[in-house]
Design a binder for this molecule. Structure first.
Ligand SMILES: [Zn+2]
Length: 542
């Protein structure tokens, strides 16, 4: 006599992501776990009078998506108080100034005005806003106008005064941008940009509201687990635990410990954590202490990542490296000794090499089985670097959604180097486990954009291909977005695939994704999202 299921799915294309990549027809769920996966005929025995039966009509059922790198806490911070200036919202600097004027009219003098999301390559003006633009629009309020990548932003005179930023000599070359006359343009990169965040205050209530709103958005995108890539300090973690405890935030969180308020703050934060004795793995199925992270360089799209050879479009530029090798070695070793999985944001090949060296050093001096040390992004590589990633058992966290949004820019910035950027195919051939992350809020969180990027290696806006030799199958892309994400947080035994005994985190898609024309992947919708056996989202426009 079989157990009776609470919910049964049948007539589906159930992409199990088990070790054989099997596709099943039916699945049964009881309580918070998966009870059975297999054939339609065999699922009948799990159906009782109270069992809810969902006919999938051939559509795909996939494991809940695991976004292995996103800036969840950052988004929450934006939700209430930040003005969205992505290109689809505003196309000119004059338009941005208009939004600032409007905000200034509603605020008291001295209150911050925060904006996020412009891209100087997309703006019709083809330039960054300047200190003068912002001063003119809001002379009495500090203004923060952050580029979509988060690694740089423009500030007005009031904001620079608050941050005590007086000129380029306080920071590494290039971090405080000046014009030909030596006057600050307002554009800050990396450390000074990060530091300015620390002056902007947020209430617990605003954060809670942001978390809950973002949680709803995640469910709509089928994301059931998140690896958060960085906090703004203890308040952000505390409030997260509050909303998980009071049951208003259902998405599972793996909290990567990184303080975004600059290099010194992130260093202090990790040593503070080491002092507490807490380390990776503490927590439960909903909240877990994750890796300790540092930030080695800039972004792919800025571009500000640290490359060994100059960018292809500008022979004078090769990005900024934030740490010395000795500093990386030391903090990785100390964090690993204290029980942390370690990771670094490393995008350019110079930064990737530095991260690999650091991990190698830590493992040599503190050998550890099954360490799963990660590299966030691991953007530009080559054969030799990838081979070292394999040898050392590093888990690269890739962001193929970037091709979907920035592919054409990458071709311009990196030339042939795009052929080994987020090298999913090579990783697969070499048996390297890579997990996918959106890097939201840098781009939209929708996993379909990431799957599209991995499968087509195309810029969705221009149609231009970008490193086509690294294309992978839809099945493999789904694995990177599910099981491999669970692997990157040491949780593949409880989630990441549709197998009996695992947590019932499941997503119904609007069609059979395995038969979808790859060009149409971005059109696929999430119809239902289940966490812990409960359907928490159902699409209402069908
Ligand atoms: Zn990131």
């Amino acid at each position: 006599m079989s157990e009776t299921a609470d919910i049964v799915f049948k007539n589906g294309t159930i992409i199990t992501v088990n070790s054989k990549d099997e596709v099943a027809e039916a699945a049964a769920v009881k309580g918070k776990k998966i009870l059975f996966v297999g054939k339609n005929a065999d699922v009948e025995s799990f159906c009782g009078a109270d069992t809810k039966v969902i006919d999938l009509e051939g559509k795909s059922l996939v494991p809940g998506f695991i976004d292995a790198h996103m800036h969840f806490m950052m988004y929450a911070l934006f939700y209430k108080e930040t003005i969205d200036i992505a290109f689809d919202k505003v196309q000119t600097i004059e338009g941005i100034k208009e939004l600032i004027r409007k905000a200034a009219a509603e605020k008291k003098p001295g209150e911050w005005i925060c904006l996020w999301g412009y891209d100087q390559n997309k703006l019709l003006d083809k330039r960054h806003p300047t200190i003068d633009d912002l001063d003119e629009a809001a002379p009495d309020n500090p203004v923060q106008c952050v580029r979509c990548c988060g690694h740089m932003g423009v500030y007005n005179t009031k904001a620079l005064e608050i941050g005590k930023i007086t000129g380029p000599d306080q920071f590494a070359p290039g971090e405080v941008v000046v014009d030909a006359a030596g006057r600050m343009t307002g554009l800050l990169k990396e450390t000074p940009n990060d530091m300015l965040w620390g002056y902007i205050e947020h209430s617990d209530e605003a954060l809670k509201e942001g978390y809950r709103a973002f949680g709803d958005l995640m469910l709509k995108s089928g994301i059931t687990s998140i690896h958060d890539a960085g906090t703004y300090g203890g308040q952000f973690v505390k409030v997260l635990q509050d909303v998980i405890d009071d049951g208003t935030f259902p998405v599972r969180m793996y909290v990567i410990y990184y303080n975004v308020l600059g290099k010194q703050a992130s260093r202090d934060w990790i040593y503070h954590l080491i002092d507490t004795g807490l380390h990776t793995g503490l927590g439960n199925e909903h909240f877990k202490v994750g890796a300790a992270k540092i930030l080695l360089d800039g972004s792919t799209s800025g571009p500000s990542c640290a490359t060994r050879e100059p960018y292809s479009h500008d022979p004078d530029l090769k990005g900024i490296l934030n740490w010395t090798q000795e500093e990386v070695n030391e903090i990785f070793l100390d964090a690993q000794k204290a029980g942390f999985q370690v990771t670094a944001h490393a995008v350019g090949d110079m930064a990737v090499e530095q991260a690999i060296n650091g991990i190698e050093y830590a493992l040599k001096n503190c050998p550890k089985e099954n360490h799963r040390n990660r590299i966030e992004h691991c953007g530009l590589t080559d054969e030799a670097l990838i081979e070292r990633v394999r040898e050392l058992g590093i888990v690269p966290i890739s962001n193929p959604g970037f091709f979907t949004i920035n592919g054409s820019d990458y071709n311009r910035y990196y030339g042939k180097r795009v052929d080994s950027m987020f090298a999913a195919k090579t990783y697969k051939e070499k048996g390297i486990v890579t997990a996918f992350g959106s890097d939201c809020s840098v781009i939209n969180e929708n996993p379909m954009l990431g799957i599209y990027g991995a499968v087509t290696r195309k810029d969705m806006n221009t149609g231009e291909a970008c490193g086509e030799c690294q294309k992978i199958s839809i099945m493999d892309a789904i694995r990177c977005y599910t099981y491999n994400g669970a692997y990157a947080s040491f949780e593949e035994d409880i989630k990441g695939s549709i197998e009996a005994g695992k947590l019932a985190d499941l997503v119904v898609l609007s069609e059979n994704i395995l038969e979808t024309d790859p060009e149409r992947i971005p059109e696929i919708k999430v119809e239902k999202t289940m966490i812990d056996g409960k359907i928490l989202y159902e699409r209402d426009d069908i």
